[in-house]
Design a protein around this ligand. Structure first.
Ligand code: DNO
Length: 388
């Protein structure tokens, strides 16, 4: 049994069509109802309709990425209980449609963070990048967060000061737009909103956020067990604290803590090699060996870090992540499963014809097609050598 080759599809407005996805060779679709505001119930009819569209194209909806966790749950504020009830209802509705793997994250306010969405590689393709100096420029000169300098190395603060002096208002606005953007179709936060959230999370702290995550999981586990849903938490991206916001899903230790605190089968992991691999403290192969029994979904991509810890997204098979080692472990895990583990080529370079198209950052067709092709070849080679 092979892993399920999957592909993220943002829905009918995605510039990459279901037909394109079939041509890329994927069979599983990873999708979400992005138009539903965070925290609202996903109605049964809308889930059925999305499923119908996917199946009409001869594909199947294997993972929901994501059912977003409302900020009221992450901060455990007054409305938390009613949002938990909404979440449970959405899970029941998904299960009623036969969709039983759900991805989510517990990153405060911002989903993944990058500072450049069009970092040009030497071959002319474009990649996503995270640069500490750019983040410091945003933090110090746009957000103007109190005490921010202390969170950066002195060289980074100095470089940010020098570079910021040469930036126009327009440059700064562009940088802010990139950092404040989460999932493209779900809207971004504003600078004042972010500042307010930073204050709220400061009071919660890392321990408080961990408790809130455990509380969330405990609140949904019964429904998951009743309906057969597996939850998969996406690691923090990047896997360390930024902008003074706490992080609780950034390392092997964080993942083991979570699995131990809520030791129930539906409490699972979305193993994202790029997110974990962006941290110098992480060895993705070692982490997969430790938590693999609870990995129900994988995002496979690579990163290349420099001496300061800044990174860009490299080719799927080359970079700091030992993709061969990860795939070998995934193949071994998969061979012990009743249901195949879905993986998707996570992100891809904007390249070839896609350089002239408007695509969702990280989610153009050709770069992901390349990634998927390389990963499926790697999987097949490993499979065959085991059986040889
Ligand atoms: C970025 C994605 C993330 C991911 C969420 C999961 O490309 O991997 O936005 O979907 O963090 O909740």
């Amino acid at each position: 049994m092979a892993l399920t080759q999957s592909w993220r599809w943002y829905g009918p407005n995605d510039p990459v069509s279901l037909q394109d996805i079939k041509q890329a060779g994927a069979t599983g679709i990873v999708s979400a109802l992005h138009h539903i505001p965070h925290g609202e119930v996903w109605p049964l009819e809308e889930i059925q309709e999305r499923k119908r569209i996917i199946e009409a194209a001869g594909l199947s909806w294997v993972v929901v990425e994501s059912v977003p966790v409302h900020e009221a749950i992450k901060t455990r504020s007054a409305a938390c209980e009613s949002y938990l009830e909404h979440y449970r209802t959405s899970l029941r509705n998904l299960a009623a449609c036969g969709i039983r793997t759900v991805c989510y994250n517990f990153m405060p306010v911002l989903d993944w963070t990058r500072t450049d969405l069009a970092y040009t590689l030497t071959n002319g393709a474009k990649a996503l990048q995270f640069d500490w100096v750019q983040l410091a420029i945003f933090d110090l000169y746009i957000l103007k967060r109190a005490g921010a300098e202390q969170d950066y190395a002195p060289e980074v603060v100095a470089a940010a000061q020098q570079k910021a002096a040469a930036l126009s208002e327009e440059n700064l606005r562009e940088l802010a737009d990139i950092i404040l953007m989460g999932v493209p179709t779900e809207g971004s936060v504003t600078v004042p909103e972010l500042l307010k959230s930073i204050e709220i999370y400061k009071a919660i702290g890392r321990d408080g956020l961990r408790e809130n995550l455990v509380y969330f999981l405990k609140a949904i586990m019964d429904v998951c067990e009743e309906t057969g849903i597996n939850m998969t938490i996406h690691p923090d991206d990047p896997p360390y604290a930024i902008l003074g916001l706490p992080r609780v899903v950034s390392s092997k230790e964080d993942l083991l803590y979570l699995l131990e605190k809520v030791d129930r089968k539906p409490n699972g992991i979305c193993f994202c090699t790029g997110s974990l691999g962006a941290g110098r403290h992480n060895d993705p192969v070692d982490i997969l060996k430790a938590v693999g029994h609870r990995v129900y979904f994988a995002h496979l991509r690579n990163v290349l870090k420099d001496a300061t810890g800044s990174f860009y997204e490299s080719d799927h098979l080359t970079g700091d992540v030992d993709m061969y080692g990860v795939m070998k472990e995934l193949v071994a895990l998969n061979s012990r499963r009743e249901q195949p583990i879905p993986f998707r080529p996570d992100h891809g370079h904007q390249m070839l014809d896609d350089l002239h198209k408007t695509t969702n950052p990280g989610y153009s067709a050709i770069g992901r097609l390349r990634g998927l092709a390389e990963l499926r070849g790697l999987e097949m080679g490993i499979q065959r050598s085991i059986n040889a």
